[in-house]
Design a binder for this molecule. Structure first.
Ligand SMILES: Cc1cc2nc3c(=O)[nH]c(=O)nc-3n(C[C@H](O)[C@H](O)[C@H](O)COP(=O)(O)OP(=O)(O)OC[C@H]3O[C@@H](n4cnc5c(N)ncnc54)[C@H](O)[C@@H]3O)c2cc1C
Length: 387
């Protein structure tokens, strides 16, 4: 892992790597990670866009960042992203991506102006008993014992937290506190989730402690993230000459495994039903960023619950196949082997029925038709995690 050094590095331009003109880059997956990787390779790595190909099994880019209007169903958005000031890579990327809507502005400019004019905060931070105000009153309610638990986890080594659950390192006091309510409803943690993940989040988001009780820590895009982030980035990458091959599912990667170096030698795929692939040499970069939190997701509606689809799962199956080739390629089942404990459910409301906005206003104390960022009205229930 390479840790960059804040704005000391942010404004220095990297030197052009030797021999970059001879390289080609192949990305697997057209989610934000691949698109960002391609953009940084072009902007900072000096690789011409024409030498980059993105392979994606779906018919459109964006991966988990979606937003689709299905005429008979309404809007489908599998997740909305909470964002914040210190998304160092994301803002560094979007400062270079031109806005689609505002002439001469970058996507970052647009996002910054929007959140400056309309800062996010919640008037009703949490609910209980079917929509009543849980009256957290901005308090953390951390007892001495709970504070000690928090400091202990913060200062623990990674090894001390590995393989442990949150409720094995935090006591009952902490788990009954408002702090835990704020935390789990902001970052989607449950008591049985990883203590190490919780510790790393504490480090990562320590600067947000003050914004936890009213969500003022968070920032949002104007539209869903497909329209606000993916489309401008996709358009910019196409202008740079990047090739996107949709309908292409990567099924395996061959490697030459040496002591010092692992060289990908062939990518296998099925593209529009045809088996194919490409041979790779030392001049080719292969970046496999296949997510995928939304893998095998299913849509339900008012009358039909979403189905739980446990596989086959093209992203997880590909990682499992690659991981079986060498231990350095990771342990997918640490993340993907516990579906009942780690699955997500999210809901998008399409407000055709006039009673729904009224109900939202009652729960969140904000009208969805205010013309302001409505996501500030997040009011999670005390009993459910969410983000
Ligand atoms: C409900 C929800 C809420 C979230 N909330 C937040 C939040 O509040 N803040 C935040 O910062 N982040 C949040 N995230 C996380 C964030 O959205 C993801 O981390 C990010 O979008 C992942 O991008 P990615 O490119 O790594 O993966 P993905 O977006 O998953 O993209 C992977 C792509 O790879 C493709 N693919 C997979 N396998 C193959 C294959 N074998 N061959 C070809 N293509 C393949 C997939 O189709 C997909 O398009 C949330 C995610 C969800 C789902």
């Amino acid at each position: 892992m390479y840790y960059s050094s804040g704005n000391y590095e942010a404004f220095a331009r990297p030197r052009k790597p030797a021999g970059v003109e001879r390289k080609t880059a192949w990305f697997v997956g057209a989610g934000l990670a691949s698109m960002a990787g391609a953009a940084f390779l072009i902007r900072d790595g000096g690789l011409p866009g024409e030498r980059i190909t993105v392979l994606e099994r779906l018919a459109l880019p964006g991966g988990a960042l979606d937003g689709i209007k299905e005429p008979r169903k309404g809007f489908v958005v599998r997740g909305g992203r909470e964002m914040e000031n210190h998304f160092e890579c994301l803002w560094d990327l979007f400062r270079s991506v031109p806005s689609i809507e505002t002439e001469g502005a970058s996507v970052l400019d647009e996002f910054y102006w929007l959140n400056k004019d309309d800062p996010n905060y919640s008037l009703q931070r949490a609910t209980h008993k079917q929509g009543q105000d849980a009256r957290t009153d901005g308090l953390f309610t951390l007892s001495n014992h709970a504070q000690r638990d928090l400091v202990k986890v913060f200062l623990a080594t990674r090894e001390e937290m590995e393989g442990r659950r949150i409720d094995e390192v935090f006591g009952e006091d902490f788990l009954a506190s408002n702090f835990w309510l704020y935390w789990r409803t902001m970052f989607a943690f449950e008591e049985w989730h990883s203590a190490l993940e919780m510790k790393l989040y504490l480090h990562r988001f320590i600067h947000h402690i003050g914004g936890l009780p009213d969500f003022s820590a968070l920032k949002f895009t104007k539209y869903n993230q497909y329209e606000s982030l993916v489309l401008p980035l996709y358009r910019w990458l196409l202008e740079q000459g990047v090739t996107f091959r949709f309908g292409t599912e990567v099924t395996d990667v061959d490697f030459e495994l040496g002591q010092e170096r692992k060289q990908a030698t062939r990518v296998h795929w099925i593209s529009d039903g045809e088996v194919g692939g490409v041979d790779l040499t030392e001049h080719d970069l292969l970046l496999t960023t296949i997510g995928s939190l939304t893998e095998n997701s299913d849509n339900g509606d008012h009358h039909t619950p979403a189905r739980l689809n446990e596989g086959p799962a093209p992203a997880w199956d590909l990682w499992r196949r690659i991981a079986a080739k060498h231990q350095d390629f990771g342990h997918p089942d640490v993340f993907g082997g516990h579906i009942p404990q780690t699955k997500w459910e999210s809901a998008t409301v399409t407000t055709l029925d006039r009673r729904i906005p009224d109900h939202i206003q009652r729960i969140a104390s904000v009208t969805p038709f205010s013309g302001r960022v409505v996501t500030g009205a997040l009011s999670p229930s005390r009993t459910r995690a969410g983000c």
